[in-house]
Write a protein that binds this ligand. Structure first.
Ligand code: TMP
Ligand code: ASP
Length: 236
């Protein structure tokens, strides 16, 4: 599969066309970004780690019947995926209070929820990805309204599968963000990446933060955390 033209460049990835109009290549950059692009840095080796972790997660989910745009990993930094029509909504699942919900609702970080919470956010950096509800999805035409229940169901399934696998490895899946889109086949599918950039993962025993919060809040070497997640996942 050969890279043709650059279709889109985001903060952490570049999308290239290929000879097949239905398939694109995601190139994972060595760039870290936080607070909607306010804090940025080049982190050598980050792209390869996110590609490895994300590929592994999409393969695990495929085995459980959860559809994504993933086709295969092409190289250290490249993943081949189905070209999808992206929806402008982010779906976040939370098992434990952390991040924006702590501030928004005055919760205590680390508080475990009785059941997983699903939230919708408007994917818009300038507005800092505000929390929205279904009515806003309809108002802004971010995704087909009738697909929101399926997106939430898929998000909860992803949570079940990943939480179990992570807990077997001594990792706590605190929260994560998913993006969805429509594949050329017309199917609803997970798109983008599922990596420590888009999840919070803590060591189950020590509570050590292994995800992008290390970069957001200068908690320690970013790659050490990502490598630890990959090392434990490879022991699957
Ligand atoms: P939050 O606590 O900042 O709302 O984030 C919840 C989860 O979603 C956390 O794991 C980080 C992830 N996330 C992204 O991947 N991209 C984003 O733009 C935002 C706001 C959150
Ligand atoms: N993903 C967003 C950014 O890169 C927000 C964040 O992760 O803090 O800017």
């Amino acid at each position: 599969m050969e890279k043709r033209e650059k279709l889109y460049e985001g903060k952490a990835k570049i999308v290239y066309s290929t000879e097949d109009p239905d398939k694109v290549i995601l190139f994972f950059k060595d760039e870290a970004s936080a607070f909607d692009g306010v804090k940025k840095a080049t982190v050598r080796g980050k792209g390869a780690l996110n590609n490895a972790i994300s590929s592994m997660i999409f393969e695990i989910l495929a085995k459980k019947g959860i559809k994504s745009h993933y086709i295969r990993k092409l190289s250290d930094n490249e993943m081949l995926v189905w070209r999808a029509k992206p929806y402008g909504v982010e779906v976040v699942v939370r098992n434990v209070a952390a991040g924006s919900i702590v501030k928004r609702l005055g919760l205590k970080e680390g508080e475990k929820f009785k059941k997983p919470l699903v939230e919708l956010f408007y994917k818009n950096d300038e507005l800092h990805d505000p929390l929205i509800c279904e009515a806003h999805v309809e108002l802004l035409d971010l995704a087909p309204l009738e697909e929101i229940p399926s997106m939430k169901e898929m998000a909860l399934r992803v949570n079940e599968v990943l939480s179990r696998i992570f807990s077997e490895k001594g990792l706590l899946l605190v929260d994560f963000k998913l993006e969805f889109g429509k594949l050329p086949s017309g199917e609803l599918a997970l798109i983008d990446e599922i990596s420590p950039d888009s999840m919070r993962v803590w060591d189950a025993k020590t509570g050590e933060k292994l995800d992008k919060d290390r970069f957001r809040f200068d908690l320690g070497d970013l790659l050490e955390g990502y490598r630890e997640i990959l090392r434990r996942m490879e022991g699957l």
